[in-house]
Design a protein around this ligand. Sequence first.
Ligand code: C2E
Ligand code: MG
Ligand code: MG
Ligand code: MG
Length: 287
Amino acid sequence: GTALHRAKQAGGGRAAFFEQGMGEAAEQRFRVERELRHAIGAGELRLHLQSQVDVSGRVTGAEVLVRWQHPRDGLVPPGLFIPIAEESDLIVSVGGWVLAHSCALLAQPVFKARGLRLSVNLSARQFRQPRFVPQLRALLAASGADPRLLTLEVTEGLVIDDFDDAVAKMHELAALGVDISLDDFGTGYSSLAYLKRLPIQEIKIDRSFVRDAPTNADDGVLVEGILSVARHFGLRVVAEGVETQAQADFLRQRAPDIVYQGYLFGRPEPDAQWLEACQTWKSPTAN
Ligand code: C2E
Ligand code: MG
Ligand code: MG
Ligand code: MG
């Protein structure tokens, strides 16, 4: 089979790409790059949406998660191609495609009618483009999407690269009405020091803390600390990777305004399917 196929057989781990000799790994990476460059124009990228829900079970919005419908290898998860795209300007093309299609999706009337939000992941290199903010402004205007319903998810690494530029851009985005969320919160090194100076509206507690919070006292205390800091700064909190009722209960008991995202409430699903579920008032997260 191909590299992607083998990687998926092996459980989707990135490592499968690099298990072979260095020469072969470099060759495969080059091939993924070339095929991905083609995939954008060929319409092989797909948006999947995963619901976010409040403690009453109401869907508040969704996170956009890109997939690659590869003609030979099937549906490829982002962990197998985003890191490769991030090594070059290819991520700017992939990210631009995701943003444009997310704005088009967000322009669907159901979002405004039900006050649903859409969260989109950003890569550092994409955010660092000098024209990033004006291009986003143009995309929003062209699509007719309401900027106030859009959240951009950034990671701490993106902030650390060039703190002053990141803060300046975040202020420009805030002026547009777009929210910023700090993704995978708690996995970086200087989260707390930076929080005070970052104009953000939301943090997403990393799945690793959520997973063990109910059973491991250390993780439980860390989650409580994050919730306390978020409350102090007036930030919305999304918990990623909620898989069990025990995890949901732990979070709700400490933060009744928490937003859940995880398999307990719904898996990522094709955008059209998620949209249809919303429009027919069926909960898209009903199992
Ligand atoms: P992320 O932004 O932290 O997204 C959450 C990931 O956790 C998603 O994986 C999601 O499917 C998965 N997940 C959600 N709930 C659960 C759960 O209950 N249990 C478990 N085990 N996993 C859960 P996915 O879709 O494979 O995406 C992986 C990463 O790829 C994302 O992590 C994000 O960093 C990146 N990514 C996805 N789409 C984009 C994109 O459009 N642009 C960029 N730059 N990165 C993207
Ligand atoms: Mg994310
Ligand atoms: Mg995340
Ligand atoms: Mg994550």
